[in-house]
Design a protein. Structure first.
Length: 699
């Protein structure tokens, strides 16, 4: 049901609003902004201030509606009043902005970039600094609600909703449109809560959407209920918010609620608003929703004295909280390296994040065996992937596999062939063509206690998802182990019979550089099974790179090593022992290196790293110390490729053990070419590797 602009703002229909409670929360938020703006910013105790002045009442009214056990909010830097209403304490808020221990990131992130883990009651997914990044993770939460209720039988999800909170400028982002397409096509329990303050820093709303009103422009969008109204009128706003939330809870499908509010301070503490006229600033002040609230409830519901006393109480509470926070400890710089990845305590138990992934949600860790138990004929790598996915889907109902063409077609590489028939469309499904949507959705699903396994169709097409991938990787660290989003992102890539700049890119080093990601690159079917299973049973996000040349490659075929077989990360496989030179490689280059060594007749040690993050320094260094020579071979382009990192470590750790400079053989710095003739000219081949080996042995 789409509303027309004329019907959008209707008379409020609302239950009893606890206006005193609304005032109390709003006064707290205003007092926090007062303290920060007048004292903590000038004293440089807050380095980045984002005032919520003008946004308080609407956010508090929304927060008071989010009472269901599994409601979730994905907000942004101006969401503090909403988070305070959901349960963030004033002390936590101040410890966050003033960068103390006890803040929601322990001083690691900007203080308004919050999170609020919760078992029962509305939680707040970790906020990111990137505008628009909140939308697709909220979509994932909404889809997980439906999955948990229908498939896992989690009745606490019934009626719960996901809310994405953003400003007017955020509606111009990829994330917003990706989310809009998904929630409307899937009819998810999702609310876009847009507070339109007329500006994105200094750029007016008319630059973000024609005419400056996203609600009007979306009035005819299929499958979306659109509501538009004046957020400066608390009574009207209360009715519209209640109505919007009730509709989504009641199964009407997704809704977008746009409320106009004034931004009563600069965008941030640094912003002097020179782009606004004095008249405009004055008229914004007159639209302050707190003034309107006062006019609406004094003296009807409370006396002026009572109002003043509530405001004074808010100020006092904030002052007391600051007195405690000021005396509290600063974060410990010695801990700054902690929680990039899941960690174990001294007794071996996992130091669990509070939310995200299947383990905090009560699922047990499943042990595997590193002992391969080869069964049946040799299978190709794509079959190995499919069989492992199938088994893990079988034993873990929280595993979900999705991506473009993954469902009915079974994937453009056939890795998921038959899985939808077997496990149903709730667990193995197609997505819209939006990589931002695929990965962002996976983030929200992981936050909701599932194990998402998104597929990116080809390596280069991960680019539109780069922001979500990066933010997923840093989540554990920036929330100081409060949240994590373990998932397995399967990405086919690398050359096949030919190359090209789109489908054949390798560039695995980008993810090694992406903080918080494990990066796995198997060279054969047996390792693929063990590494994929380790990733699916792990507690961190993993990029699982499926090399296109290996999917059906003869050399990579191995017998299936068993349903419990795992390969731990960071353990290289030494495929050949040798004494004259060490060859370090991974992925599709392993086969070529083996051929080259055979051709060269040299006694070369061949190391298949298997995982690049973490990578097995010990095995590599021990080998180089023995052979005193090292050749690193990779398909990725040479400059700042992962070989440079390996070379730097060897040069530092084994300098006096070397008899020759460390050599690298890799693609020159050009994109992958299409004509096989051109591809052969740039890709390391068995011949060029053999030549490099011979040269190195002679030095
Ligand atoms: C992806 C991205 N681009 C640019 C920025 C810099 N930036 C921060 S806030 C902002 C404006 C956002 O305005 P809006 O969404 O309307 O929210 P408001 O600040 O008005 O509440 C910009 C451009 C950013 N944080 N992220």
């Amino acid at each position: 049901m789409a509303a027309t602009p004329d019907t959008m703002q209707q008379a409020p229909r609302h239950g009893i609003v606890d206006w005193r409670g609304v005032l109390r929360q709003a006064a707290l938020s205003r007092a926090l902004d007062d303290l920060e703006e007048s004292k903590l910013v000038p004293e440089r105790k807050v380095l980045y201030q984002f005032s919520a002045r003008g946004h308080e009442i609407t956010q508090v009214l929304l927060g008071k509606q989010l009472t269901f056990a599994r409601d979730a909010v994905a907000g942004y830097y101006r969401s503090r009043p909403l988070l305070l209403t959901l349960g963030l304490t004033v002390e936590q808020a101040l410890a966050s902005t003033t960068m103390h221990a006890g803040g929601m990131s322990e001083g690691r992130d900007i203080g308004v970039v919050f999170n609020l883990p919760r078992r029962d009651g509305a939680c707040a997914l970790p906020v990111c600094g990137g505008v628009g990044t909140q939308y697709t993770p909220a979509v994932g939460w909404a889809q997980a609600l439906r999955y948990r209720e229908r498939v896992l039988g989690d009745q606490r999800c019934a009626g719960s909703i996901a809310v994405a909170h953003g400003g007017d400028a955020s509606t111009a982002t990829n994330g917003f449109w990706a989310a809009l397409n998904i929630v409307t096509t899937e009819r998810l329990p999702f609310l876009f809560f847009i507070e339109d303050n007329g500006y994105g820093i200094s750029v007016p709303s008319g630059m973000q959407t024609p005419g400056g009103n996203i609600a009007r422009n979306l009035a005819a969008f299929g499958g979306l209920r659109v509501i538009d109204g004046d957020g400066c009128d608390p009574a009207v706003a209360a009715g519209l918010i209640e109505d919007a939330v009730a509709g989504v809870r009641g199964g009407d499908g997704p809704a977008l609620l746009r409320l106009t509010v004034p931004r009563l301070s600069g965008h941030s503490g640094q912003d002097t608003q020179t782009y606004k006229s004095a008249r405009e600033i004055a008229s914004e002040r007159e639209r302050d929703p707190l003034l309107a609230l006062r006019a609406q409830i004094v003296p009807r519901l409370m006396s002026a004295d009572e109002w003043n006393s509530e405001v004074a109480q808010g100020k006092a509470e904030v002052a007391e909280a600051w007195a405690r926070v000021e005396r509290s400890a600063a974060p410990d710089p010695r801990r700054i390296g902690r929680y990039v990845f899941s960690e174990r305590a001294a007794d071996g138990s996992i130091e669990l994040q509070q939310q995200g992934g299947i383990l905090p949600d009560g699922a047990a860790t499943v042990a595997g065996t590193t002992q391969a138990n080869p069964q049946g004929p040799r299978i190709n790598l794509v079959t190995a992937v499919r069989r492992t996915l199938e088994h893990e889907l079988q034993v873990n109902k929280r595993v979900l596999v999705f991506g473009e063409d993954v469902g009915r077609k079974g994937g453009v590489h056939a890795a998921t062939l038959g899985l939808q028939e077997k496990f149903g469309a709730a667990r193995v499904f197609d997505t819209s063509l939006s990589e931002e949507g695929i990965i962002g959705r996976a983030v929200g699903m992981a936050a909701a206690g599932l194990m998402p396994v998104p597929e990116i169709q080809f390596r280069k097409y991960a680019d539109p998802a780069a922001e979500q991938l990066n933010d997923c990787g840093t989540m554990r660290w920036r929330t100081a182990n409060r949240f994590a989003a373990p998932m397995v992102v399967r990405i086919p890539g690398g050359f096949f019979k030919c190359g090209d700049p789109w489908h054949s890119q390798s560039n695995e080093v980008q993810w090694v550089h992406g903080i918080g990601w494990h990066v796995v690159m198997p060279s054969n079917a047996q390792d693929a099974v063990g590494l994929l299973r380790s990733a699916l049973r792990g507690n961190d996000p993993t990029i699982f790179f499926e090399h296109r040349a290996l999917l059906d490659g003869g050399w990579a075929r191995r017998a299936y090593p068993g349903d419990d077989f795992v390969v731990p990360f960071g353990k290289a496989s030494v495929l050949r022992q040798g004494t004259a030179v060490t060859v370090v490689t991974w992925g599709a280059m392993v086969e070529r290196c083996e051929q080259a060594i055979e051709r060269s007749g040299l006694s070369a040690e061949l190391i298949d790293l298997r995982t690049l993050s973490p990578w097995d320094r010990e095995t590599t260094l021990a080998s180089v110390r023995k052979t005193r020579r090292c050749l690193i071979v990779h398909e990725d382009t040479i400059t700042a490729g992962f070989g440079a990192e390996i070379a730097a470590v060897i040069a530092k750790q084994a300098f006096f053990d070397l008899d020759a400079p460390i050599e690298r053989l890799a693609m020159p710095d050009v994109p992958s070419p299409h004509n096989p003739l051109l591809l052969d000219a740039v890709l390391p081949s068995a011949d060029s590797i053999a030549r490099a080996l011979a040269d190195l042995a002679e030095i």
